[in-house]
Design a protein around this ligand. Structure first.
Ligand code: C2E
Ligand code: MG
Ligand code: MG
Ligand code: MG
Length: 284
């Protein structure tokens, strides 16, 4: 330890840079075989209607069980997948897996279950994107209205006419479209009013300070008002505290998602959570 502290900054920097590069390489090469080796798993996080307390759906969030690195978060590997083009097979896997799981839930009697899947701008830009989505829905005999695609504002500002056309096709057949992390990107109001979408997801960064900062309250109120005037539904992500829930209720936000209700959970744990939560509602 003492020796370590005594080493100079350049050595330390080189060492940490090398560790970083090695990890990046391990991640990149691991991604190439992760699907066939069955290393991915989807976790599910509930979305709750604020007025009724009912579950409106879930968001599928990918987890990677790497053989040597352990659990790697999407925050770390999605960008690598995007840079290498590996995002395309990965997204295909994710959408299919989410559809298969949703079908199981419908068969189990979770009739209103809707699954949200995150879509990268790289996926969305592909010419065959819409057809690929439709094919996955067909193959799995899934009703389009039980699927939600979460896209970020960065998707929406590239090649607007193409984006509008794709979104319109998907929306027309009943797929639900949400703008994820809303408010954190660059979308302008003029694009927003043209986009065929259903929902705005208020970015977590505005929810964090909601119970202590009047500025955050003003922003969140403005987003909710904007959503309502554009006839969109609105959901807040990253809700952790009861005070945040109170404010969101007061401001008539439609739905919420966050650790306050549940972390993203593996299938079995999610089902336990669901059955406990909604049985106790009935019992009350
Ligand atoms: P996102 O789509 O905005 O997902 C929300 C993130 O916030 C998730 O992180 C979720 O676990 C986390 N979260 C939810 N509630 C709370 C809360 O109350 N507090 C805090 N601190 N965090 C909360 P996660 O699962 O690490 O995913 C990070 C991002 O990675 C996602 O952001 C999404 O952009 C991307 N991602 C995740 N799964 C997929 C996927 O299957 N495909 C693609 N393309 N991207 C994915
Ligand atoms: Mg999302
Ligand atoms: Mg989000
Ligand atoms: Mg976010």
């Amino acid at each position: 330890e003492a020796k370590k502290n005594g080493r100079n900054a350049i050595e330390y920097y080189q060492e940490s840079m090398q560790a970083y590069t090695t990890r990046r390489m391990v991640i990149e090469s691991g991604l190439r075989t992760a699907i066939q080796n069955n290393e991915f798993e989807l976790y599910y996080q509930p979305k709750i209607d604020l007025e009724t307390g009912r579950l409106t759906g879930v968001e599928a969030l990918i987890r990677w069980h790497h053989p040597t690195l352990g659990l790697v978060s999407p925050g770390e590997f999605i960008s690598v997948a995007e840079e290498t083009g590996l995002i395309v097979p990965l997204s295909t896997w994710t959408l299919r897996e989410a559809c298969v799981q949703n079908k199981r839930w419908h068969d189990k009697g979770y009739y209103t279950m809707k699954v949200g899947v995150n879509i990268s701008s790289i996926d969305f830009a592909r010419e065959s994107f819409v057809e690929a989505v439709l094919e996955t829905l067909r193959e799995n005999d899934i009703c389009p209205s039980s699927v939600e695609l979460e896209i970020t504002e960065s998707v929406a500002i590239q090649n607007v006419d193409d984006v509008i056309e794709k979104l319109q096709t998907l929306k027309d057949i009943g797929v639900h479209i949400s703008i994820d992390d809303f408010g954190s990107g660059y979308s302008s109001f003029s694009y927003l009013k043209k986009l065929p979408i259903n929902t705005l997801k208020i970015d977590r960064s505005f929810i964090i300070g909601l119970s202590t900062s009047v500025k955050e309250q003003a922003i969140v109120r403005a987003i909710i008002t904007l959503a309502k005037s554009l006839d969109l539904s609105v959901i807040a992500e990253g809700v952790e505290l009861p005070e945040q829930v109170d404010i969101l209720k007061q401001e008539k936000c439609d739905a919420v998602q966050g650790y306050y209700y549940s972390r993203p959970l593996p299938v079995q744990e999610f089902e336990q959570w669901y059955e406990q939560t909604y049985q106790s509602h009935v019992a009350n």
